[in-house]
Write a new protein. Structure first.
Length: 267
């Protein structure tokens, strides 16, 4: 009956591999009488069935099967289902989609609003009958038809057809029949229309002057001085275009030009 002995030994080794931590079943449960006496086949098979049942039960008790996570996206989805803040990730590489999904899930779980842009679609209008004393600030655009005695700051476009007595900062500036007393600073274009008066320095990336400016103009790009323009101040720019009829009282310097003026005369 060496067959049963060999089968028992192979089966015992297989059970040892299934049980974590190198645990094994009690020796008395594994040992089988393998003497040369006659062996009851049915009895031996029933012992094997009992041994298999015990081994399967022990594997289920000792193993805690975690949710299968194949990528960081699966991890995010599992965390979102549990409504728990996401504090860590598995140590695997994330692509751009995984990163965006992680941010969205984290914001949804923690109720955090994600700011997509610094400039909003809001457009505030100061009507002609309004007069504001104090500083004004907006994340969107502002149309000033009335009067503001204070500084104005907006992330969008600042359109003035009324009066501002104070400094202004915006991403784009347009004055039409307006009166400005203060500095004008913008990260974009400045347009001073005909009939507008600006008393203060102007800084921008480009400028079109058709009205009156009393102050220095500092522009990183081109400046166009139109026919109806009157400028009392210095102009520093990359290039300047002065149309016939314009009046300029000051110096014009193309300080931001790509041409090295000094090297031209040294040749």
């Amino acid at each position: 009956m060496g067959f049963f002995k060999e089968f028992k030994e192979d089966f015992s080794d297989a059970v040892d591999e299934l049980i974590p931590g190198g645990e094994s079943l009690p020796e008395e449960e594994v040992m089988v009488n393998t003497l040369d006496n006659d062996v009851d086949v049915n009895s031996e098979l029933s012992k094997l069935d009992g041994l298999l049942e015990k081994a399967s039960k022990k594997v289920e008790e000792n193993n805690t099967i975690a949710p299968k996570v194949t990528s960081s996206s699966d991890f995010v989805k599992e965390a979102a289902k549990k409504e728990e803040p996401i504090t860590h990730m598995k140590e695997n590489k994330m692509d751009a989609n995984d990163t965006m999904e992680l941010e969205r899930a984290a914001a949804a779980v923690n109720n955090v609003a994600v700011d997509t842009s610094a400039v909003s679609d809001e457009n505030a209008v100061i009507t002609s009958g309004m007069k504001i004393t104090g500083d004004l600030e907006s994340t969107g655009s502002i149309d000033v038809e009335g009067t503001i005695n204070g500084n104005v700051k907006c992330n969008g476009k600042l359109t003035v057809t009324g009066m501002i007595k104070g400094n202004s900062v915006s991403s784009e500036f347009f004055a039409d029949n307006a009166k400005i007393e203060g500095e004008v600073a913008t990260s974009g274009t400045v347009k001073v229309g005909a009939g507008s008066v600006v008393v203060g320095n102007i800084s921008a990336t480009s400028a079109v002057i058709a009205g009156a400016v009393k102050g220095d103009i500092d522009v990183q790009g081109p400046v166009v001085v139109d026919t109806s323009a009157v400028v009392m101040g210095n102009i520093k720019s990359r290039s300047v275009q002065i149309n016939n009829g314009a009046v300029i009282e000051g110096f014009c310097s193309q300080a931001y030009a790509e041409v090295d003026v000094a090297s031209v005369f040294e040749q």
